[in-house]
Design a protein. Structure first.
Length: 433
């Protein structure tokens, strides 16, 4: 029996054998049954360039190392099977070569040792990496679970309490800038938009954001009905109750942030008054729906599109950046831990008007920022995530400013301000206590 000397020849030879298993381990298709090309037994993978069982792998290695020469006791054309493979070593070895096994693939003892050393070294490196991997301290983990619990206790994602609010009324005028945007769009435009981009990925929605008046028309649903009362803001009572309810929940959340209750009452109030709307905007992201740009809070009655908010007196000056904010925040795909940390960091901003103990609040906020950064590192999230989250806090500041402006305008009109709740009046009111 002569073995081909060159690997190339061996490969070419093995290619001529139709039953040989070709290809490397990389190309191996998982769906192909793993059968030993020599004896038909269950194969364990590619050995010395061919798919074989452990038995034939060992047989080939031993034969090559011993430089064994075998002679077939029969006529040199035995069919090798799992059961008879021990009967004729000559034909078994011939079969090995036919299916492409090559002695050049057998490692020398030295190579085997080198390979073992390498594996050992990799294991050691991995262990070292594992040991030096950033970990959250017990204290940090405790803070995170407290915040998660605080949020779960104050955010009911069944939205069942919404039934207790004054009911939503979706009629009457939308504000000037919203109806103007709507009238710019023809019906055909609307149906086009709904067929090709409603159900698409957030990216396609993003494209639409480029042209906001288009977007608005797309997502606003029914056209406004004829006005009954030109000054009426039909959604105001319901949304005022919703905001009032949300403020209560934000207060509940704040009280459970470690360190918040230890602040003076004045500082607690100052922080809550200035950040409440920002926290509401943040937490509302949980119900925000990228597919139709609405806040979807359970039943269709409690699905709020842009128009609904304009029917509570807000204009596109606020709603356009607000929806963009919601879209971008949603796309960060924050997990619950990141979401609650961001809210707590936002709430404990020392640079709010009326804050007395600036240093103490800053220390609390720094601690939370550090936890967030460590959390992001430990969970191997994007390196940019922290920066993007902090950018969201800057966005919230300008949304807050615009909201205050529009709120002030509304609150100066008695027919509207009487629809608000005492809590809304107090928290959004401009007097600094
Ligand atoms: Zn075999
Ligand atoms: Zn034989």
């Amino acid at each position: 029996l002569s073995l081909p000397a060159s690997p190339l020849l061996a490969v070419m030879e093995s290619m001529a054998v139709s039953t040989s298993v070709m290809g490397s381990a990389d190309e191996f298709d998982r769906n192909v049954p793993r059968i030993c090309g020599v004896c038909g037994d269950k194969a364990t993978g590619f050995h010395f360039n061919a798919m074989t069982c452990e038995g034939c792998k060992g047989f080939f290695r031993r034969s090559m190392k011993r430089k064994a020469t075998f002679t077939c006791p029969f006529n040199g054309s035995c069919t090798i099977t799992k059961d008879n493979r021990r009967h004729c070593q000559a034909c078994r070895l011939k079969r090995c070569v036919e299916i492409g096994m090559m002695k050049e693939f057998i490692l020398t003892d030295e190579e085997v040792q080198r390979k073992k050393d390498l594996i050992m070294k990799r294991k050691e490196e991995e262990a070292l990496r594992e040991a030096s991997r950033p970990r959250l301290s017990e204290e940090q983990s405790r803070v995170i679970s407290m915040l998660v619990e605080a949020h779960r206790k104050t955010y009911d994602d069944s939205y069942s309490d919404f039934k207790q609010f004054r009911p939503p009324v979706r009629e009457g005028p939308v504000t000037r800038s919203a109806s103007r945007a709507a009238s710019l769009n023809s019906l055909s435009n609307l149906s086009d938009a709904s067929s090709d981009s409603f159900s698409q990925s957030p990216e396609s929605v993003d494209m639409k954001l480029m042209n906001f008046s288009n977007l608005l028309a797309m997502y606003q649903g029914n056209s406004p009905e004829p006005q009954k009362d030109p000054t009426g803001l039909s959604m105001l009572p319901h949304l005022a109750d919703l905001v009032s309810y949300s403020i209560q929940k934000v207060i509940g959340f704040a009280k459970m942030i470690p360190g918040f209750r230890d602040l003076t009452a004045d500082d607690q109030i100052a922080l809550l008054k200035s950040s409440a709307i920002e926290i509401i905007m943040l937490r509302s992201n949980q119900s925000f729906n990228l597919e139709d740009m609405s806040w979807t809070c359970g039943s269709p009655d409690f699905k709020y599109c842009i128009n609904d908010v304009t029917r509570a007196g807000h204009t596109m000056e606020l709603l356009e950046p607000l929806v963009k904010f919601q879209v971008n925040l949603k796309k960060l795909n924050l997990d619950e831990e990141e979401h609650v940390l961001l809210m707590a960091i936002c709430l404990l901003s020392p640079d709010r008007p009326g804050v007395q103990d600036h240093a103490r609040i800053e220390a609390l906020q720094d601690k939370l920022s550090e936890i967030l950064q460590d959390y992001i590192r430990v969970h191997r999230r994007s390196r940019l995530l922290y920066a993007k989250m902090i950018q969201k806090l800057a966005d919230l500041r300008s949304l807050n400013e615009e909201h205050s402006k529009q709120y002030r305008c509304l609150s100066f009109q008695p027919e509207h301000s009487t629809q608000l709740t005492p809590l809304v009046l107090e928290v959004f009111g401009s007097e600094v206590s």
